[in-house]
Design a binder for this molecule. Structure first.
Ligand SMILES: Nc1nc2c(ncn2[C@@H]2O[C@H](COP(=O)(O)OP(=O)(O)OP(=O)(O)O)[C@@H](O)[C@H]2O)c(=O)[nH]1
Ligand SMILES: [Mg+2]
Length: 447
């Protein structure tokens, strides 16, 4: 057979054979071991032709799967008319080549599949740059020695090469790596890093500018219902779909909690287990809002058997992002369709600060608002202040920084009962001599 071309790392409209090699100590859904891989393959646009699993003590050095499995994969792929074989494991470039020789089809590993989905979904310039960087870094070394097949490569799209339609590698930088030499790939990586560093700096500035505001971030496994929840709580109008990785960018919007209080709420990209590290690193800018949040709302889909493992996977990504210590509330979502209530009980025993909700029916959302308000108020105190009536600017600032519970008008001043972060009150009083604090601040509320 002619040497296989491994520049096509997309699985759009292809039939896929799924293979999972199960090693000891690996936690997986025994009832549906290929379930998530099948969802990922479908999210990438592929149709699942067949699937097989193999238990091994350790991976085979040469082909990862062993004992006749590569040959069996080939037979199953033949029988099922599959054009691509997707492994739920991370394969070394040499293993991919060895497997391709036996199976005579395109082989993809789990990380490449996830990167392919991201490449197809990336909409904004930032997301496209992030995906291209991750793909170049992950796949460039894996494509080494295979870029002699230039003549077979479909015309590349413009821009970053991401998101164009067609066969070989057109959703990623596949052609780019092959049609140009590695030095140029290196230069492209350096360029992408520079561009992203610029975006990073801007994002950090944006997030810092909101430092005065209480920020809440939705995090969770992909498809848990984060976007549905932000839509239920605010008028964010986020796109919702029963599909993995429907959201790839961060959206931040104001969430009114009543009594004049509000916080900033962000919806962002969902997590998945074994998220490629390169991808997490390149998506740091997108995840900036989550990284710097005052409170994380961890949305868990309790209607799936896999929920406890998804919670573990989210914990790992949060740790990788350095926000494992951020205060977190765990929202047990989709409780309207959760048939197995023991899952909710298991999670309630395991996790602190849980709340059963349904973003779809609205169940539990009033209590959610109440609980977030309580958290917000831990940071605030109640005070009575007086401001000269002509200080319109100062009054506007107070309206912004505090929730004004009551106003009383005197002849020359307005007296206000406010609920405010004590550091904000100090700053305002320091800058505006006209501001008089009538009632000494009581100690911070702890309820
Ligand atoms: N029955 C039910 N379905 C829900 C609920 N919340 C979300 N869904 C559905 O779950 C699917 C995924 O919802 P999304 O809001 O897109 O999930 P997400 O967490 O934003 O997913 P990604 O952006 O892909 O990471 C959609 O089909 C929603 O309609 C819920 O409380 N109950
Ligand atoms: Mg979403």
């Amino acid at each position: 057979m002619a040497e296989l071309v491994r520049e096509d790392l997309s699985v759009q409209r292809e039939r896929a054979l799924l293979v999972k090699v199960i090693l000891p100590g690996v936690d997986f859904d025994v009832r549906n071991p290929l379930g998530e891989l099948a969802s990922l393959a479908e999210a990438a646009g592929a149709e699942v032709a067949d699937g097989m699993t193999q238990k091994r003590m350790r991976p085979s050095a040469r082909t990862y799967a062993g004992r006749g499995k590569p040959q069996e994969s080939r037979d199953r792929a033949d029988a099922g008319d599959a054009t691509v074989v997707i492994f739920d494991n991370e394969l070394a470039p040499s293993q991919i080549r060895a497997l391709e020789k036996v199976i005579e089809r395109k082989i993809l590993d789990r990380s490449e599949l996830i990167l392919d989905i991201f490449a197809a979904r990336a909409q904004t310039l930032e997301a496209r740059l992030q995906v291209e960087l991750a793909q170049l870094q992950y796949t460039a070394p894996r494509l080494r020695g295979m870029w002699t097949h230039l003549e077979r490569i479909a015309g590349a799209g413009g821009g970053t090469g991401v998101g164009t339609v067609g066969g070989i590698g057109t959703r990623g930088p596949g052609e780019r790596q092959i049609e140009i030499d590695r030095r140029i790939v290196g230069r492209r990586i350096a360029y992408l890093k520079r561009e992203l560093a610029g975006i990073d700096r801007r994002k950090i500035r944006e997030v810092r500018a909101r430092r005065d505001e209480f920020t809440v971030s939705l995090v969770g496994y992909t498809n848990a219902g984060k976007s549905t929840l932000i839509n239920a709580l605010t008028d964010a109008g986020q796109h919702v779909e029963d599909k993995l990785f429907a959201t790839l960018d961060t959206k931040t919007t104001r969430w009114a909690l009543g009594e004049g209080q509000s916080v900033l709420l962000s919806d962002t990209v969902g997590f998945v287990r074994d998220l490629p590290h390169r991808l997490v690193a390149s998506f740091r800018a997108t995840l900036e809002a989550a990284i710097h949040a005052d409170l994380l709302l961890h949305v868990v889909d309790v209607s799936v058997q896999d929920a406890p493992r998804q919670v573990t996977a989210v914990g790992q990504v949060l740790e990788e992002l350095g926000c494992a210590g951020t205060p977190t509330m765990n929202l047990l979502n989709k409780c309207d369709i959760a048939s197995d209530t023991s899952i909710m009980q298991v999670l309630e025993n395991r996790l602190p600060a849980t709340l059963r909700i349904s973003a779809a029916t609205g169940r539990g959302l009033e209590e959610l608002v109440e609980r977030v308000r309580e958290r917000l108020n831990i940071k605030t105190i109640d005070a009575i202040i007086r401001v000269p009536v002509h200080e319109g600017k100062l009054i506007a600032q107070i309206d912004q920084k505090a929730s004004v519970l009551e106003r009383r008008y005197g002849s020359t001043y307005v007296e206000m009962d406010v609920r405010i972060d004590p550091t904000h009150l100090d700053q305002l009083a320091g800058r505006h001599p006209g501001l008089e604090i009538v009632s000494p601040a009581p100690p911070p509320r702890t309820d």
